[in-house]
Design a protein around this ligand. Sequence first.
Ligand code: SF4
Length: 376
Amino acid sequence: MSTALPLLTPKPVLAGKDYKEVLRREMDAGKIPLSLGKNCPVQCAFCYELDHSYRETADPPKTTDEDWKYILDYISRKPTDPLQFWCLGGNEYMEWTDLFLHPKAMEWVEDFLKYTDKSIQFFTVGFVHVPKIHQLVAQYPGRINFELSAITMGRYRERLMPHAPSVKHLMKVLDGPAVSSANFYAFDEHTMADDAVAISQVNQRCVLWMGCLTPVKGIKPDTAALMRQGRAHLAGETQRIYDAALPNLQTIHTEAPITAFLNRHRVISLFDSLELEKKDTVVVARSVHKILTMYRKNRAKYLMVPNATLGGDSDCTVLLTFNDIADALTGQKVVHVPKCIMQSGRGQYMDIAGVTLEDFMRKTGVRVRVLGGTAC
Ligand code: SF4
């Protein structure tokens, strides 16, 4: 009879700490931790933060002028790396939101550029002030990387992001020097391709960052169905974009199994460089598992681990958790685990949930050999 494995839960690191601890942790990881003091009011149907229960987060109060002084001072003391872009958003310990909804965000971005010599990047669905954002980009060339999450500008916009800025506003944001890249996705025929043409008409310099969205846990069934429908139209939309011969730099991200297949040479050469033996068990997500069983059959044992923590259709080795691995074990004494799984924003030798390698080994009794490198 099998014994149920203990659930691997991360040790809380924020419990009982002042909210400034959260701010410091974010800043030590290169983030500019503004807070709205509430959940994201935009409530996009596709938001990957709808279920963030896999990681510990805190909810600092709305950032005040005093907090901002503390943040600016703390960041100013950090050495400047000319290649680093400090990130406004994408937090690890705070839930994601569109930080430009903070009434002082534009003013503080200007402070950051004026009082530090550092660069900044941000993601927003477009709540920036026009023309201020264009003025700042012109005034501080090369120091702002503005990634506009346009998502979709056609018939599905209202359904997916009813509280986001209007397309008219987005076009004003795009019409000028501010936006470095715009990301948007395939949902149906004439979605991604039409958006690419529309954006290119007003801005030929921004990178068009395209693809399809992957449903994860927490996404409602009808939204997940729309995301999957987009996958089926990705190739057709891509052909239309190719035929349109747009001058913008473009990148189109495919779904995981195709990405793994396109990267197969890298996956295989990395695998070969590890010089594993036939009896060794290697942990991989579904799409990499397929590549290895196709091209390196029986060269090792491949433990296919579903991305159960993130759920939905996720299929990515980097985003596996120790809990996912524990659930997939079938009596192994030793497993080989890619290091990329334990290089998350939580810290070294921790997965995206904050569970440590040490905890995994102690609670499962399984020894781990850490493999360097990743391919998918
Ligand atoms: S604005 Fe961003 S964080 Fe907010 S709901 Fe939309 S995708 Fe999520």
